[in-house]
Ligand binder design. Sequence first.
Ligand code: RM4
Length: 262
Amino acid sequence: MALLANKIVCITGSSRGIGRACAVESAKHGAIGLILHYFGDQETEVELQSLKEEIYVTTHNHCQVVGVPGDIANSETSQKIVEAGVEAFGRIDVLVSNAGICPFAEFLTMPHAIWERTRQVNLDGSFYVVQAVANQMKSQVPQGGSIIGLASISALVGGEFQCHYTPTKAGILSMMQSCAIALGKYNIRCNAILPGTIATDINKEDLANEEKREYTIKRTVLGRLGAPDDIAGPMVFLASDLAKYVTGAQLLVDGGLFVNLQ
Ligand code: RM4
């Protein structure tokens, strides 16, 4: 079933990890246009190129891709994303605000620059892109769209080395709730996905610690870490018309990590 048939999907931080899986899954489910934001350094240029090829091959060129490089912490990047998307496809149906960082760090000695950068990328960046894309969704005909903010299980619980990061994820969850209210009248739905521990580059170093890795795996009830495509399915659901009455919701996708107290 093509859940996203004919839809135009915009994803930030799409070159790797969860964003990349969301791009591939959207194309598989019939999206005809992808606006793929990425950071724009050498590494992500190469990643984006291979992602584009993967999408063209798997969809037999059915899905077109526009790449937009830039630092999401800079509000101009979000304007560029919307301009490039509208120029290529005329509209944006789905936004996946995904770009994020988590430099694990000790609280008491953390330089303020780490706090500021984490907040700027995760929270300011989400605000800018949600606002820019929501304005486009409001003005297009037919009006509306689906916005999905990538929050985290960390919006609900803490992390010893994440005192700068968990507040940004709680902020994204809260932003989706308020935006759901602000944007419902324009037929724009806003929801948050809360991934658990998904093995990607963001936590590669942290999970290289065997003890932590084993603890995390044991704490899930499904007995494994998440993979990026574990998040992509729920993302497609929230983006699709199957979720047409779902707004202001939070979907925890964590293999049972959160509920597994004892
Ligand atoms: C998540 C959660 C995970 C961590 C990542 C970086 O939201 O805290 O455990 O690996 O962030």
